[in-house]
Design a protein. Structure first.
Length: 222
């Protein structure tokens, strides 16, 4: 705008006065290009090391900030391969089943999953993940060949000692979660249990989404 006014005969001082800009604006030289190559190299290195990361995770890893990383992401056409999206379904809630978590340690969710992977010797393994539904933080992952009620209690004991006990713990109806020993242990720590409807895994969508990312970003790459 200042250049256009100068071309029409105004001085730079008058153009700045009429546009309400500082005179420093008219003489400012953009310094960003000097660091552009370094920033781009940093973003590219982090993105290549973590191919399933979006720009927000790349920004955290690179330390460049969301705005700068987003500009480089769009300008240089970084993108993720499209994935098949499952249809969203609304979870059902009842009087003893809390809905969406309202604050940290309100509702945690945990699930055991056979990740359909195996060691070099051929033995398959399972994982037990514990997730805070509000912060989306995974507070524990247990990897084992089999996961029984006593292993579940051991993991919960460690996590509760480190982070404190949640108000509710959501899970499916697996035997390791419905076991009497687990129920009594949670009751003693004043943590309520809430079970999803059998055959409705989308009611435990946070842990299902985490398992998809865990497979995509870790297991598939290794």
């Amino acid at each position: 705008m200042i250049d256009a006014l100068v071309e029409h005969g105004l001085s730079a001082r008058a153009a700045c006065r009429w546009t309400g800009q500082s005179r420093a604006v008219a003489t400012y030289t953009l310094k960003r290009p000097a660091q552009e190559a370094v920033w781009l190299q940093t973003v590219r290195r982090v993105a290549q090391a973590n191919p399933r990361y979006g720009y927000r995770r790349v920004a955290v890893k690179s330390g460049l900030g969301f705005g700068r990383t987003w500009r480089l992401w769009k300008q240089h056409d970084f993108r993720l391969a499209p994935q098949r999206r499952r249809p969203k379904r609304q979870p059902t809630t009842g009087p003893n089943r809390p809905g969406q978590a309202e604050h940290p340690k309100h509702v945690w969710t945990y699930d055991t999953r056979s990740v359909h992977d195996q060691l070099a010797e051929g033995r398959p393994f399972k994982t037990l993940s514990v997730l805070d539904e509000f912060t989306r933080e995974c507070v524990a992952i247990l990897v084992a060949f089999s996961i029984r009620a006593d292993e579940v209690i051991r993991v919960l004991h460690t996590v509760f000692r480190q982070h404190g006990a949640p108000e509710f713990l959501r899970s499916d109806n697996g035997g390791e979660f419905t076991a009497a020993a687990v129920q009594v242990w949670l009751e003693d720590r004043h943590t309520g249990t809430t079970f999803i409807t059998p055959g409705h895994p989308w009611e435990n969508g946070f842990i299902e989404s985490f398992h998809d990312k865990f497979r995509d970003e870790c297991l598939q790459r290794e």
